[in-house]
Write a protein that binds this ligand. Structure first.
Ligand code: HAM
Length: 415
């Protein structure tokens, strides 16, 4: 029988690991620069946590979750995103008691049963951050600045920032009514999917990818024009602060996001290097979510970004020259006695922090040299009967071909 990986999942092979590790390294460095601390939550949670936070009627909850009954008959779901789990952990572990302002980040796999295509997987990876405890627009802008700083450090120049305000519990209901009336006038001409959403989730109609829907709703009322004073002031301040740190942005009044927990700011960062799935990162404010999940009413704002999509962009822009680690030294042995010696010596040197490789296939000297070359070993030491007897050998630098005589007792390679 032949086994294959599940559709929409990917193996990250050794040749790709250098890119993953470098990008993860930049993510961790930037998160530390912004003083966000890492949180690692389980990859599965109670299904109701996601239904309650992301929203029963969203695509994610209604058709994309990997949910199953465990042996105790509880409904469990593989996390489709990180915000719900992070806030669950924040509430459960009383993190608010340690500090009124909590800044957390995460990095790991997420699961959504979407139709796989370029940039869209069923197991994908996100990095993200959540700033919990303050309504300050400074935090909205800090959260927006994190992914953009990560992209800047990686050399991405083609990202675009789109922002909107989706209002709050005060201004949204009136706007929703207006939008519903507008949509009801069009209802028979909208796509079946948008038609269904008119009553259940009218804002999402604005997010339809159907060209006819987009044309028909071109003159739809937009929430940004119906904000209450508080939301308007907040939005204006976010825009002013983006200007103060020179982050160019455009307002996209149709940006509503696919998760229901947002209030006030919503944003997305896109890249022209991606195809139809062009969102590199997305996020926004969620001032009602902590209370919705059973915590004390606490405001928050956050973002998440796809790692696979980031790697696609780096590839497209040719910013993908990540250096794989390679052996410092390759020990070439010529017979059984030297193979024994090389094995013990390799262990000793590795214990001192040197990256050492040797031959396990009793290959010819030529084949071993080829292997050292393929593995990009920096130095090679060929050891035969002669070298073992004299206790001396020739250390060859592969890049220059220069040979230096050294003592086998005391092997060191220049950095
Ligand atoms: P999201 O927009 O659903 O937001 O996902 C954020 C990012 O994850 C997307 O922009 C995209 O780069 C990546 N992504 C999403 N789905 C897939 C997929 N199927 N395959 C590959 N990449 C994907 C959230 O998840 C929110 N939790 C963001 C947030 C945090 N809001 C507040 N805090």
């Amino acid at each position: 029988m032949k086994f294959r990986s599940i559709k929409g999942t990917k193996d990250i092979l050794p040749a790709e690991s250098a890119a993953w590790q470098s990008v993860e390294g930049v993510v961790r460095t930037v998160m530390a620069d912004f003083n966000y601390r890492e949180i690692r939550t389980p990859v599965f949670e109670q299904t109701s946590l996601f239904a309650r936070s992301i929203g029963e009627l969203t695509d994610i909850v209604s058709k994309e979750m990997y949910s199953f009954l465990d042996r105790g008959e509880d409904s469990i779901t593989l996390r489709p995103e990180g915000t719900a789990s992070t806030l669950r952990a924040y509430i459960q572990n009383n993190l608010a008691e340690q500090s009124p302002m909590v800044k957390l980040y995460y990095l790991g796999p997420m699961f959504r049963q979407e139709r796989p295509q370029a940039g869209r997987l069923r197991q994908f990876h996100q990095f993200g951050a959540e700033a919990i405890g303050s309504t300050s627009p400074q935090l909205d802008v800090e959260i927006i600045a994190i992914p953009i700083e990560i992209y800047r450090r990686l050399g991405i120049s083609d990202s675009r920032l789109k922002i909107n305000s989706v209002g709050c519990e005060k201004c949204r209901p009136t706007y929703k009514e207006l939008l519903t009336i507008f949509l009801l006038n069009l209802k028979d001409r909208l796509s079946p999917e948008s038609h269904l959403r008119i009553q259940s989730n009218p804002l999402r109609v604005l997010d339809s990818k159907d060209e006819n829907d987009i044309r028909l709703t071109a003159t739809a009322p937009l929430i940004k024009d119906y904000l209450c004073q508080e939301c308007r002031t907040h939005f204006d301040e976010v825009r002013r602060l983006l200007g103060a740190i020179n982050l160019s942005h455009e307002i996209d009044g149709r940006l509503v996001r696919g998760l229901d927990y947002y209030t006030k700011t919503a944003f997305e960062v896109t890249s022209a290097s991606l195809g139809s799935q062009d969102a590199l990162a997305g996020g926004g404010r969620y001032d009602l979510l902590v209370a919705e999940l059973g915590g004390k009413p606490t405001p928050g704002v956050g973002f998440a970004a796809g790692l696979e999509r980031l790697l696609i962009v780096l590839d497209k822009l040719g910013k993908n020259n990540f250096i794989e680690t390679s052996p410092d030294l390759y020990l070439v042995s010529l017979d059984e006695a030297t193979r024994q010696w090389a094995f013990v010596k390799a262990m000793e040197l590795r214990g001192k922090g040197m990256r050492v490789e040797l031959d396990y296939l009793s290959r010819s000297i030529k084949a071993q040299m080829r292997d050292a070359n393929r593995q990009s070993a920096r130095y090679v030491l060929v050891v035969g009967e002669q070298e073992l007897k004299s206790g001396r050998g020739k250390l060859k630098q592969m890049s220059s071909g220069t040979e230096t005589e050294i003592s086998l007792e005391n092997i060191a390679v220049p950095q």
